[in-house]
Structures are given as C-alpha cells and as structure tokens.
Design a protein. Structure first.
Length: 248
C-alpha cells in the first residue's frame, strides 16, 4: 500500500460518517428550531431565542455549506484575504498574519463570497459579523497604521472594505471620516453601509462638529438607508445623537 493513501477501512467508513453527520446536523438543527418556536410563546429572553434559532438554522444548512466548500477546494478556489490586503497594506496584512488569522479569515471570506442564495442572506451576515469581530479584537490589542487602513478600504474588495471598517471599530483612533462617508454614501454592499453606520454611532464622540454634520447630511440624502430595517434603526439612533449634540 502507498504510504500516502488512507487504509481501506477509512475509505469505506467515510460515506457512513458523512451521512451520519448530515443526519445529526439536520436532527439537532430541527430540534433547536422547534425549541426556538416554543420559546416564542413561553416568554424566553430575546437574546437566548435569537441564539437558538440562529444555531438551528446553521446546523440545517451546514451540509450544503460543506458540499460547497468541497467543490471550491476541488476547483482550487479560495479567498486569501491577507494576500489581497498585502498588495496595498502590507503592515496590516503582516500583523494579522502574525496573530494567526490567515486561515480563519480566508475560510470565512470563501464561504461569504460563495453563498449567494437569497435564503442564506442572514447566514452571510453572521459570517461577516464574525470576520469583523475578529479584526476588531486584533485592532484593540495591536496598533495599525491609520493611512494604511484607509487605503485598504479604498482599494479593497467588498469584504476587505468591511475589514477596514472592523479595524476602525476596534481602534476608533483609526476612523477616517472620508472613508466613513464613502461607506455610507457609496457602499458596495448593504453590509458595508450597515457597519459604517454602526461605526459612526460608536465613534460619534470622536467626530468634530463639522464631521457630524456631514454624517447627518448623508443620512438625509441616501435612499439606500430605507432598504433595510437594521440600517434604518441605526440611522435613527445617529440622528438622536446629533439632536442631543445640538442641545448640549
């Protein structure tokens, strides 16, 4: 037997394990969804309810995600975010590489890029949120170059642009008002605009009066904000911050 080939019993067992894993995912996913639906009528806290429903949905769609990732590997396709980023922001890419984030970020980005079906929109949003949380955590403990992060946004793909916003979220000294306004006024994706709004809200105290005025003006002249209830809600919270600033 060739030393690089797995034993025969392993080859035979793979289909059985695969089917069993799929059944387990579907059963557990269905159970969590049922538990979530029951929770709606029994006064369970909203946070716990959302977590249970999201976990159930993820388990149910997991088999199709696995199939998609396998086909991507067979097709030699993978999103290497750090390689993309290194072209215009080498220090930023090197720092994330040093923190051991290459494989994780690339895996999330591959799934996010390829899962385009409309019924997986919520799942794609959760994956993107995970990416942002990881880079925000990195920016909270490591110092990144402000000009390089801004350049990363301007030259990057849709996912890389959102990563730049995530770095600013982790370290608000990195906030670039021109980037913030660009992400609100001319986003490449709805997720980008949503996270830009969140950044404007959380970083409101760092903005000058003129920068705040520009953000508020962008909210009043951007029809895209009406396309998502989450964006509408954050935009309204920013308007309230603006009103309170004027009162003060």
């Amino acid at each position: 037997m060739n030393g690089t080939e797995p034993p025969t019993w392993v080859v035979k067992a793979r289909p059985v394990v695969d089917v069993a894993g799929r059944i387990l995912c579907l059963v557990l996913g269905a159970a969590l969804l049922v538990a979530g639906l029951v929770g709606i009528f029994t006064g369970v806290g909203e946070g716990a309810l959302v977590t249970v429903l999201a976990a159930g949905l993820l388990l149910i769609v997991m088999p199709s995600i696995v199939d998609r990732i396998r086909s991507l590997r067979l097709g030699q396709f993978e999103v290497d975010l750090l390689r993309q980023m290194a072209a215009s922001a080498k220090k930023t890419a090197d720092t994330l590489e040093r923190l051991g984030m290459r494989q994780e970020l690339s895996a999330y980005a591959t799934i996010y890029t390829e899962l385009r079906e409309s019924d997986l929109t919520a799942l794609r949003g959760q994956i993107l949120d995970r990416i942002l949380q990881r880079v925000a955590n990195a920016a909270a403990v490591e110092k990144f170059d402000k000009d390089e992060v801004a350049g990363l946004f301007r030259t990057g793909s849709p996912v890389v642009r959102v990563i730049a916003l995530g770095l600013m979220e982790g370290d608000r000294s990195l906030i670039d008002t021109a980037v913030l306004l660009d992400a609100i006024n001319g986003p490449l994706t709805g997720n980008e605009q949503f996270h830009a709004l969140q950044l404007a809200q959380s970083g409101w105290g760092r903005l000058t009066p003129d920068e705040r005025h520009q953000v508020l003006a962008a909210l009043d002249h951007n029809p895209q904000l009406q396309e998502g209830p989450d964006r509408v809600a954050v935009a309204q919270q920013i308007r309230e911050l603006g009103a309170n600033s004027r009162i003060c």
